[in-house]
Design a binder for this molecule. Structure first.
Ligand code: SF4
Ligand code: SF4
Length: 489
């Protein structure tokens, strides 16, 4: 029987210090022994997706900083990185290194917040790359890998798990399979020149008869959004110079997202795009020595669409947690299974579930994205990148005094700072007694009057109960919810 790859997981729920998500991510870093892949002074790339301008469901800086801190603790020299993009849409905010830095800083990914430099891995214009041969590739036989990844000694591939309009799902494979490629690497895996134009797989699907020509409000955006100047729109409608087009998606996005029907994708395109992405991801991994890459992902804010979309919609399902593995295919397999097994969240793109006979456990992205997401996994198995057989190792942090203190800003209670400060000047005592009315004259509020040992106000208040603490022996035992004596302990 094939070996199962371990995928460490800790959930997004938290009831005390040790269960905060950054703390759990740090725990997983050590549970997976990622500190051991880092040697002293290794240049360690932490690959993230910085997200588009106006995108709000992206990773938060502190979730990345948590890993930066442990890479440093392991002796490495971390840098956080992402790559420039092709103009996926007319207002893309990451087509150059400077625009991408502006976008990243707006999301809070500053060197101050991260605790290390932020690097655009393929350079200012996205042409700093290294060609890597991928003879094992299912579709691609080469990849153009961002130079900063090639030159790094080790990598933590730190993904945000969510959906994607082209690849259905975007997690660990996509974070390097698209996000680790230079501009020409991205164009290459977009498959524009794969097949003849009439095949309509590697080319935008065009319905010129549906174009409203210059009467369309967006016709100028359609033309100006094309970096190859390959589009002409006149009274007769839309014309694409297929020899010039490199499949950046911009005209398709303008047409689709403005509710028009002239430009689109053939459904056959999407599975092949996933396969190409897995081949390109393998290209990135081939630039590292064995055992020098760890994969992690935060499955929170699970938007049906990717961080490359310049808006966010309502999440597909509740937050799941953080994952870690040495095998990116295994990690993404586990995340996808967990997403499918989670309840559907209401609203947004999830209206697609209404009226369908979807049952929890079935493929969610197939419903919201129209294409099943696991082609990228099977391609990743076929090209030898990894396995879909995983063993999920669930991590529950111990709730002890030592572990509570472990990942705090300082390990001693911060009250000790105040205790010391106030030996010099007793700030509280200076003001005491505080001015207030005598207790006997306190205001009488009818709802707050004691009623058989309870008050109406307290009855409505949420109470932490023992059942909310999933770990045994945690904290104090509490009695039934809502009983005022809980507050007296
Ligand atoms: S958005 Fe669509 S309909 Fe409008 S001009 Fe462009 S291709 Fe034509
Ligand atoms: S014609 Fe091709 S290159 Fe131009 S915007 Fe459309 S997809 Fe991009």
């Amino acid at each position: 029987m094939a070996k199962k790859e371990k995928v460490w997981f800790s959930d997004a729920n938290a009831t005390c210090w040790t269960e905060a998500l950054p703390c759990k991510a740090k725990d997983l870093f050590y549970e997976a022994k990622f500190d051991e892949i880092i040697e002293k002074d290794d240049e360690v790339a932490i690959k993230i997706h910085v997200g588009e301008w106006n995108r709000t469901r992206v990773l938060r800086p502190e979730l990345v900083a948590a890993i930066v801190e442990e890479v440093k603790a392991a002796g490495g020299r971390p840098f956080v990185c992402d790559t420039t993009t092709v103009p996926y849409h007319a207002y893309n905010s990451r087509v150059t290194g400077s625009l991408e830095l502006e976008s990243a800083y707006r999301h809070g990914f500053t060197p101050d917040a991260l605790g290390c430099p932020l690097v655009i891995a393929d350079g200012f214009s996205g042409d700093d790359d290294v060609r890597v041969e991928v003879p094992e590739g299912v579709i691609l036989k080469e990849a153009y890998v961002a130079a900063a990844l090639v030159h790094a000694d080790a990598m933590i591939n730190l993904a945000h798990a969510k959906g994607h309009p082209i690849t259905s799902y975007g997690g660990g494979i996509k974070c390097i399979g698209i996000g680790g490629q230079s501009k020409r690497g991205k164009f290459h895996e977009h498959l524009a020149h794969w097949g003849e134009p009439q095949d309509a797989i590697g080319w935008p699907l065009s319905n010129p008869d549906e174009c409203h020509g210059v009467k369309c409000d967006f016709h100028q955006q359609c033309m100006d959004g094309c970096h190859r100047n390959a589009i002409t729109i006149n009274e007769k409608g839309f014309h694409r110079d297929t020899a010039a087009c490199r499949l950046c998606y911009s005209c398709q996005v303008t047409c689709i997202f403005t509710g028009h029907l002239s430009q689109g994708f053939t459904p056959d395109y999407f599975p092949y795009a996933q396969m190409a992405m897995s081949d390109a991801a393998l290209g990135v991994l081939k630039t590292f020595e064995g055992g020098k890459v760890g994969h992690m992902a935060y499955a929170i804010d699970i938007d049906p669409n990717c961080d490359c979309i310049p808006w966010a919609t309502l999440p597909l399902c509740p937050d799941l947690g953080v994952y870690a593995s040495y095998d990116v295919v295994a990690m993404d397999s586990c995340i996808l299974d967990d997403i499918d097994n989670a309840p559907v969240a209401p609203g947004g793109a999830n209206d697609a579930f209404e009226g369908s006979d979807y049952k929890v456990g079935e493929d969610k992205f197939k419903i919201t994205q129209s294409t099943p997401p696991r082609y990228q996994l099977t391609a990743g198995v076929a090209n030898g990148m990894g396995t879909m057989d995983y063993e999920k190792v669930v991590w529950e942090p111990p709730i002890t005094r030592v572990h509570s203190a472990k990942w705090q800003i300082r390990r001693d209670p911060a009250a000790l700072i105040l205790r010391r400060m106030w030996t010099k000047r007793d700030y509280l005592k200076e003001a005491e007694p505080f001015a207030k009315i005598p207790f006997a004259d306190k205001p009488v509020i009818p709802d707050w009057l004691p009623q058989d040992g309870k008050t109406k106000a307290l009855e409505g208040m949420p109470v932490v109960t023992a059942s909310m603490h999933k770990s045994k022996g945690v904290g104090r035992e509490l009695s039934a919810p809502g009983h005022p004596k809980d507050f007296a302990k």
